[in-house]
Write a protein that binds this ligand. Sequence first.
Ligand code: PRT
Length: 285
Amino acid sequence: MDKLKIAIQKSGRLNEGSLKLLRDCGIIVENGRDQLKASARNFPAEILYLRNSDIPQYVEDGVAHVAILGENVVLESNCDIDIIERLGFSKCRLSLAVPKEVDYPGLEYFNNKKIATSYPNTLSSFFEKNGLSGEIHKINGSVEIAPNIGLADAICDLVSSGSTLFSNGLKEVEVIVKSQSCLARRKELDPAIENILNKFIFRMQAVLNARKSRYILMNVPNNKIEEISSILPVLKSPTIMPLAQEGWSSLHSVINENEFWEVIDQLKEAGAEGILVVPIEKIVV
Ligand code: PRT
């Protein structure tokens, strides 16, 4: 039987989020912690546990058909694979950082400077695009100590909270690229595999749409239904149901998680009461 080969990170920052996403897509994976691969019990898929940094090459070569990995890794690899979805977890940025005492004048600072990084390809295209002549030194791991030990004048590394830079006496001065987990696929796939991939993407989109949305319910006076509906950015139009109390209705809708705090005051001012916001499991549009 044809199986979609899905690569995920074996261990590290992306592993848990990837497994959770598969679970939310209803794909049950036999425990594969110590294995290289595991079969899905209820979906025609095989999960390959690989190093994040090796995944782009495996996808390009067709060892895996699709993968969950960091966008930054796809970019750095220069492999010919396609990003099809951004998945919203493991967000970070690839940034240039300099010792905190440097009076940073702008990008020209990097001309003729030594920059340590594990991302030489991404940095070199950034330098090329900006006409800079920094000297790039590739090192694997612990990039942030390079300036302190005299190995480099600056670094280019992934940053999320910024605390690693801070505790090494560095400051972030330029964001080169923003990154998050993504779903990337091999360009060419057999029709049968393509068919399974489409089913997988369909499930994943239902989960991702739901993660971004909230179900919202509130009680509204009947004469305010129109005004309150116009405040809500809705999927189609809100559902209105009469309450036992005369002159009042219950209004139900779906709202983007980020929009909730923007409209809450307007809803209250317009007369909405008893506002409930609840998570959604899946949205199929
Ligand atoms: O070993 P393998 O090849 O599987 O993976 P890896 O070495 O890339 O592993 P891992 O687990 O460290 O990172 C996996 C992916 O997580 C990365 O490719 C990014 O897409 C994403 N990610 C998100 C991060 C971070 N945030 C992050 N903060 N990857 C690394 N970091 C490191 C960064 O390099 C620096 O050392 O964390 C430190 C900075 O963090 P803050 O919070 O102090 O700013």
